[in-house]
Design a protein around this ligand. Sequence first.
Ligand SMILES: Cc1cc2nc3c(=O)[nH]c(=O)nc-3n(C[C@H](O)[C@H](O)[C@H](O)COP(=O)(O)OP(=O)(O)OC[C@H]3O[C@@H](n4cnc5c(N)ncnc54)[C@H](O)[C@@H]3O)c2cc1C
Length: 453
Amino acid sequence: MYTRRAILWFRQDLRLHDNEALSEALDSADEIIPVYVFDERVFRGKTHFFGFPKTGKFRARFIIESIHDLRESLRARGSDLIVRVGKPEEVIFELAKEVRSSWVFCNRERTREEERVQDALERNLWTIGQEMRYDRGKLLYYTSDLPFPIQHTPDTFAQFRKEVERYVPVRQPLPTPEKLPPITVRLEAGDIPNMHDLRQETFEPDPRAVIAFRGGETEALQRLHHYVWETGLAAQDKEGRESLIGSDYSTKFSPWLAQGCLSPKQIFHELKRYELEIGPKDSTYWIFYELMRRDFFRFMAKKHGNRIFLRGGLNGETDSEWANDWESLQSWIEGATGVPFIDANMRELHHTGFLSNRGRQNVACFLVHDLKINWQMGAEYFESLLIDYDVASNWGNWNSIAGVGSDSRDNRCFNILSQAYRYDPKGDYVKRWLPELGDLPPGQIHEPHITYH
Ligand SMILES: Cc1cc2nc3c(=O)[nH]c(=O)nc-3n(C[C@H](O)[C@H](O)[C@H](O)COP(=O)(O)OP(=O)(O)OC[C@H]3O[C@@H](n4cnc5c(N)ncnc54)[C@H](O)[C@@H]3O)c2cc1C
């Protein structure tokens, strides 16, 4: 009998629950060959404009861990994960020829570099009579469920939310398959590269990190369970959410969401189940609200394309004072600007790859409005460092803070000192990351009037 074979290309959807590409591949083919390619350009390359390492060590390690977890889950279900290092458009093309598949299934990406890769693979597949089959896996909402075409997506988050949240249901997540068809062709499974293979620096996690992030769907689902059911943190009041220290002040779902180890629909429906027990709460709504914002930035990237990366952003308004000022940038990166609240945040980012949303907003504002640095430099440094880097969320938030986003009201500049006193009143956060200020009383910690770096 003729075996209809499909390659399932895992990208930023490193999970088995709610994975549309997996589900469609299972519906169409007799046999599926799951593949992950460590794209050498992503792990060893540089960022587009300013040449930072494209993927910093925190994210690299998180992805490696996620791939180990994915392989274990696939093996436990009778399948495997074929792992390679190279260019996906070449590696998968070669595999497709070798295993004589009919299709390559993948969850579609919508931003520049990712599209280039999937388009090149698709063109290669056409030459051998095979097809790409695209699915969706990133968001709460499906484009086809929205009450407007993408080109008419409202340009403000407030309007987007108004038009979507009440009228568009969030679909149920797809189930996790219990068993998978075995791979019958002879193929080397391939070793999962380590940090050294990817030319990444190995490191010990900083004990001050908000959480010991570990990549993979298993950890992601555990964190979700912990946050919602074990601790009831999903129901915590606003005050608990305003801290800057520790694992509990926010969900910390972002690295798993960014690599697709966790589905936003899964989070949504888990929260809805929880609400059935405890009743609707502002706090559970707040998580949903943030996930909608994540969708919004993705829809903006879809609507406006590459403009999210440009200096003039979506509205074309650039500030002529913004400079490619490497010296000031370096002091920002090193946490040596002389403003303790900014420096503490930048050191947390440097040592852990993570930063609270409050911290991100403040350091970005400071770079744009106080240091007058070209915001693209900050965005690319974040791209390099963040453990939870997500193209649309990162560039979309930077667009907003620089005032070049779709919503002209976004161009708000924080008063850093009043933010510092409000969110770190006793200076605990600053002391955690700037131990050299440890002896100062709370009244002086944010304005030390001394040189400390
Ligand atoms: C300059 C700047 C750059 C950013 N870059 C990224 C990035 O690369 N990747 C990323 O995931 N988030 C980014 N954010 C958004 C936000 O800071 C993080 O998502 C959040 O801090 C992650 O922590 P959490 O998972 O505990 O979030 P929670 O507050 O618990 O929110 C739940 C989820 O909602 C989403 N979310 C929350 N806030 C935002 C937001 N402002 N924009 C988009 N999605 C949001 C995230 O997926 C998050 O995991 C950026 C924000 C700023 C100001």
